[in-house]
Design a protein around this ligand. Structure first.
Ligand SMILES: NC(=O)c1ccc[n+]([C@@H]2O[C@H](COP(=O)([O-])OP(=O)(O)OC[C@H]3O[C@@H](n4cnc5c(N)ncnc54)[C@H](OP(=O)(O)O)[C@@H]3O)[C@@H](O)[C@H]2O)c1
Length: 305
């Protein structure tokens, strides 16, 4: 099918990091035509349509759906929920993108992959699948741009720390003394949108994305305190208690194992990273924890006047 000029954005209805949804908005703001892929018709799909996107419904695990949604597009953002079928979906997308003749495939990955290899993997099934997905995309010969963000403020710190910060003024995580440098998924989306708008200079590149400061969790808690104008402290809970709590909330096994591994790697200092990808590609400095918590003050229980 001929190129209709549209940019395909998968996972466009996302609500966690919502990279796909934010990328869709940013590309539309630039006046670029966007085909937004969602899993089902719902309010989120209607909102994307109202914003000006062409909304298409499909399942990334169904090759015929993927072929239908990619056909006509030459630029693609590929990202979906942390889930057991991630590698299968990536390889399906790669097969279709080759068939259709995609000119730029922007692949969402994770920063941990930078430290992984055949002899050095992690127990997270998601991280293993991202590592394998990157391998498969490299073998595919497709023009790929790889996005490797560290842990998200929106997709991790907001859902997992706001309840205890609201109720007890405490961040409760099993991160030990490890340093971490979370990134806003809004910044990640700005990088992805900049690449999709003009992929040429970025093809073949890998962008590592972090926030502006790597610090231990007491430092992170001080940024929460400054943003909320009240004391927020860090409480280092046991990994076993945390895992029990995640299971109590009924999280899928794949996601639980991923989160438990993230905590283990944080304790081991593996999230102590600082990369300049956000500013280099988007032209804007990465958002700090303090700025993020200020923007979401109500969800963290409000700012004391
Ligand atoms: N969270 C973090 O800290 C973090 C850090 C680094 C990298 N990442 C990476 O970021 C990605 C997740 O991005 P995000 O947080 O922006 O995602 P998100 O907000 O969770 O959105 C993911 C979207 O994918 C859709 N989806 C799931 N399975 C699908 C399928 N089979 N077919 C079609 N659509 C499907 C979901 O649809 P429904 O809404 O209908 O379920 C959802 O809208 C993952 O690759 C993850 O490894 C995350």
């Amino acid at each position: 099918m001929a190129d209709n000029g549209s940019i395909l954005v998968t996972g466009a209805a996302g609500q966690l990091g919502a990279v796909g949804r934010t990328v869709t908005g940013l590309l539309l703001e630039r006046g670029l035509p966007v085909r937004a892929m969602v899993r089902r018709e719902d309010d989120r799909a209607a909102a994307l349509r109202a914003a000006g996107a062409e909304v298409v419904v499909g399942d990334l695990l169904e090759p015929a759906d993927v072929y239908r949604v990619v056909s006509g597009c030459r630029r693609v953002y590929f990202g979906m929920s942390v889930s057991a079928g991630y590698l299968e979906a990536t390889v399906t997308m790669a097969a279709v993108a080759r068939e259709v003749g995609v000119n730029a495939l922007v692949n969402m990955s994770q920063m941990t992959v930078s430290q992984m290899g055949i002899q050095n993997t992690t127990p997270s099934p998601q991280q293993r699948q991202h590592w394998l997905s990157e391998q498969a995309l490299a073998w595919s010969g497709l023009p790929v741009v790889t996005i490797r963000p560290t842990v998200f403020l929106e997709g991790f710190f907001l859902p997992l720390t706001s309840p205890t910060v609201r109720d007890r003024g405490r961040i409760e995580l099993p991160f030990g003394r490890g340093k971490t440098n979370p990134v806003s998924s809004g910044d990640v989306a700005r990088v992805v949108a900049a690449v999709l708008a003009d992929p040429g200079p970025h093809l073949g590149r890998i962008y590592e994305l972090t926030g502006p400061r790597s610090q231990d969790m007491h430092g992170v808690a001080r940024e929460y305190s400054d943003a909320l104008n009240r004391e927020v402290t860090y409480s280092d809970i046991s990994p076993e208690d945390w895992e029990r709590e995640l299971k109590r909330h009924g999280l899928p096994e794949h996601l639980t194992r991923h989160l438990v591994t993230m905590a283990e790697l944080n304790r081991a200092g593996r999230y102590d990273r600082l990369a300049d990808g956000v500013e280099r590609v988007s032209g804007r400095p990465a958002m700090s924890v303090r700025e993020f918590v200020s923007l979401h003050a109500d969800e963290f229980g409000g700012r004391r006047s």
